[in-house]
Design a protein around this ligand. Sequence first.
Ligand SMILES: Nc1ncnc2c1ncn2[C@@H]1O[C@H](COP(=O)(O)OP(=O)(O)O)[C@@H](O)[C@H]1O
Ligand SMILES: [Mg+2]
Length: 291
Amino acid sequence: MLATSNPKSAVLTAKRNGGSAGQSHAGSNEGTVYHVRPGQTGKLIDIERFSLWYGLSQAIFDVTMGVERGLVTALIGPSGCGKSTVLRSLNRMNDLIDGVRISGFIRFDEIDIYSPDLDVIGLRKRMGMVFQKPNPFPMSIADNVAYPLKVDGIRDRHIVAETVERALKQSALWDEVRDRLKASALGLSGGQQQRLCIARAIAADPEVLLMDEPCSALDPIATARIEELIDLLRGQYTIVIVTHNMQQAARVSDNTAFMYLGKLIEYGDTERIFTNPINPQTSDYVTGRFG
Ligand SMILES: Nc1ncnc2c1ncn2[C@@H]1O[C@H](COP(=O)(O)OP(=O)(O)O)[C@@H](O)[C@H]1O
Ligand SMILES: [Mg+2]
């Protein structure tokens, strides 16, 4: 459970409007088509009638969707449709932007994450984030991975070394770096840096990995390795990935959410989204007629 008394959560600026407290059911949100593939252990994240404004400009309109535990969920749609905004809303990264306002609800493991007394630091520990551009810290490979432990005050050398090795193995980087753990992370290739960032996220022992176009700065071979890695991590983590690369969404995800102009148009089984979507707008997008 999340502790609720962390004073650091006072830095938050996102304010929720009144919002409706009504429960909505899958398939009932007006305008969105649903055919979601269920995971084996149900939903981990529940987004309900979620809207978001940057100042006066509304970016997200009444999005309702559940994220299945242990599966890979892709967010797709043309540039500016709100994919990153939805992703950042899941771990309250949007709070760092002035003037953000929301309505509706996001529940993570049944906790209302926009509740005023939520421990946001604790929430972000449970949801690791990987960004578009790899962002290793200017320190050694091992220190990058050990960073979350250091922040938590864990200094025991054996625990740190074990965690570094486990996280690097899980992110399929260990064999390439085991002989140079003390070398600077900045000397790694872009693809290795991105796998290092995934290792650093994993070292914090999260339940969810949020990835915002994690391959867009990488070449095709490095991209393929990240996609293989996502496949390896499936089941161990709940993964939400934003991508503008439709082939990537089709290859790596179980469910796909197609967004357009801030609205969720269709959300369901990835195979169906790409082969036999229900909404004509989805069909136009996935067949490359627009976007
Ligand atoms: N920090 C911000 N301040 C104001 N508007 C923003 C900000 N970030 C995104 N937006 C706007 O919100 C909309 C959705 O953006 P975004 O979530 O980044 O889309 P995507 O990730 O699908 O490209 C866009 O119109 C964008 O201009
Ligand atoms: Mg984006």
